[in-house]
Write a protein that binds this ligand. Structure first.
Ligand code: AAO
Length: 511
């Protein structure tokens, strides 16, 4: 009997770990601050044809509109209620996007902000994205409605009412994160409102959620909210599918709240992954690429089946959240290699970042412009994403997910999905290579000298097109060619001064 219950519970919880991606697609792209209209088009014209499995969208909830600073990107992490008009568009546009992306097999994952409402200093009025009235002095959010009873302040015992010490788990869960009004998710009423919001989105067709600020919510409260969620819409997902849940918990070690406290409930963001890989590619602390031979759990990360991984996210690419070692589009050469490593390696569910550019202004190591919102018109509305003739994006949208090296590695990951890591090679320094079964092989040179080696690729004999320097187009190759002999061996030469000092081949890039 006990065993049966255990099996049932285990089965139940694991069901939130599945991203439900379709057609053998494996990666998610975060289209940070994109408008719903642009995402719908991107699903159809680019993401589906190039094998992206899903999109993480910016928070769709009604949010505060701020003027000082002017329309920061982070205003969307300050909910006013659960109406669905936001900086990215109207509810009708949101619905249209979800439908169109689903119709081409690209899932939508919603960034769900349920820990809190807006900042305590948000004031009173209708400066909110759907025009709903609110009053932070009275903690009154009539559009939900939430009132003073629905917040945690009574339970918080810091002087400021904010979290002051991350070593005190009660503060972290019951006090305000950077002054954001902290919802009392122990109340069934509050849980119900959060679940209603998420269920509305599930019924519209989303495949799951990135749950914001989970460190600041009690795991038991989250379990109760998840338990109230509907199954996914059977128009696009098989009957009985539970939503995919990945929880944002920043666990770099050293705090009493850990990622593992949440991993039974759903996947968890593995922040050590990008922080460590950034350190390795930058060669800080004497790190070397060859130490990656046991990358993954061997580096103290959570079990692969619990992890959602990424090189950078919307916070740490601008100094919010964690770590100076993080690689971003600002360091494109190292960044492409790191993203390539992530996508070639079997660990975790992978998320690719897609950013907008902003004018950085460092004063004493801190970017004074870390608040700047997406490319916008003077009235504060977000600009569309124009596509240039060479397929890159214009108007300040970086579109890392369209960079050839990154997009082709997203395809590589799909081609090698489910294959074991094999044929590891390294030079005891910063040159490494490994394969995935007999379907793909990658070679990386981050040393200050050339790589010239004959390696066992495990691939069938033939001539392959490197998908980093180019790609297979028809029967031609626009990049380097690699010939694999009858024993699976191939000669690789990668100059340390190559534009991208790595090479990747897979069975679908065979000429
Ligand atoms: C804004 C203003 C605030 C203002 C507030 C209310 O910036 O000054 O008080 O409005 O008016 C985003 C922005 C915030 C913004 C907020 C609301 O980033 O700047 O506040 O919207 O508009 C913690 C949380 C984590 C959170 C992260 C940013 O645990 O959940 O802070 N991320 C999510 C979102 C994020 C969003 C929110 C949550 C809120 O992704 O975009 O905020 O919805 C330690 C802790 C971490 C903690 C960090 C930062 O990390 O471990 O849990 O993250 O500190 O406080 C080393 C350590 C590492 C440490 C890190 C600190 O690396 O190893 O553990 O240093 O840098």
């Amino acid at each position: 009997m006990k065993l049966l219950i255990l099996v049932a519970l285990f089965g139940l919880s694991l069901s939130y770990h599945n991203p439900h991606t379709k057609h053998g697609r494996t990666s998610i792209v975060h289209l940070f601050e994109w408008r719903w209209k642009d995402i719908a088009e991107e699903c159809e014209r680019y993401l589906a044809p190039n094998g992206y499995g899903g999109v993480q969208i910016s928070p769709p909830n009604e949010h505060i509109i701020l003027s000082d600073p002017w329309r920061p990107w982070w205003q969307r992490y300050q909910p006013i209620g659960y109406n669905l008009c936001s900086r990215s568009g109207t509810e009708a546009e949101l619905k249209d996007m979800i439908t169109r992306c689903n119709n081409v097999g690209v899932n939508i994952y919603v960034d769900a902000v349920i820990n809190h409402m807006c900042g305590a200093g948000g004031g009173e009025g209708k400066h909110s994205s759907c025009g709903s009235y609110f009053n932070t002095h009275a903690k009154d959010f009539p559009s939900v409605p939430f009132s003073a009873w629905d917040f945690n302040d009574g339970k918080c015992n810091t002087g400021s009412g904010d979290i002051e010490n991350y070593n005190d788990i009660y503060q972290v869960r019951d006090c305000r994160l950077v002054s954001l009004l902290d919802l009392a998710l122990e109340k069934d009423y509050v849980r119900g409102k959060a679940a209603d919001f998420m269920n509305k989105l599930i019924d519209m067709g989303v495949a799951g959620f990135r749950v914001d600020a989970c460190k600041h919510m009690w795991p038991g409260d989250l379990a109760a909210v998840y338990g109230k969620l509907n199954n996914l819409n059977t128009k696009w997902f098989s009957a009985g599918s539970r939503p995919f849940i990945y929880q944002e918990v920043i666990d770099l070690g050293g705090e009493p709240i850990t990622a593992s406290q949440y991993s039974d409930l759903g996947r968890v963001t593995e922040f050590k992954y990008g922080a460590k890989l950034g350190t390795v590619f930058r060669k800080w602390n004497n790190e070397k690429l060859y130490y990656l031979s046991n990358w993954g759990e061997g580096w103290g990360f959570m079990p692969s089946g619990n992890a959602l991984v990424f090189i950078d996210n919307h916070d740490n690419q601008r100094g919010h959240g964690a770590g100076g070692s993080i690689l971003t589009f600002w360091d494109p050469r190292l960044y492409k290699m790191a993203v390539g490593m992530m996508l070639a390696h079997p660990y975790g569910v992978t998320r690719v970042m897609s950013s907008f550019r902003w004018d950085r202004n460092f004063v004493n190591g801190k970017d004074q412009n870390d608040w700047i919102g997406p490319p916008s018109y003077s009235d504060g509305t977000t600009k569309p994403v124009p596509i240039n003739p060479d397929t890159t994006c214009g108007d300040g949208w970086v579109c890392e997910h369209r960079w050839r090296q990154i997009r082709n590695m997203v395809i590589f990951r799909n081609v090698v999905n489910g294959e074991a890591l094999v044929n590891w090679w390294d030079n005891k320094s910063n040159q490494i290579a490994f394969g995935r079964g007999s379907r793909g092989f990658i070679v990386i040179n981050n040393d200050d000298w050339n790589l010239e080696e004959t390696l066992n690729t495990g691939l069938p004999s033939g001539t392959y097109c490197d998908v980093i320097s180019g790609q297979k187009e028809g029967n031609a190759c626009t990049g380097k060619q690699v010939s694999v002999d009858g024993n699976g061996r191939a000669y690789f030469k990668i100059s340390n001064s190559d534009e991208d000092p790595f090479v990747a081949i897979h069975v679908e890039s065979k000429l």
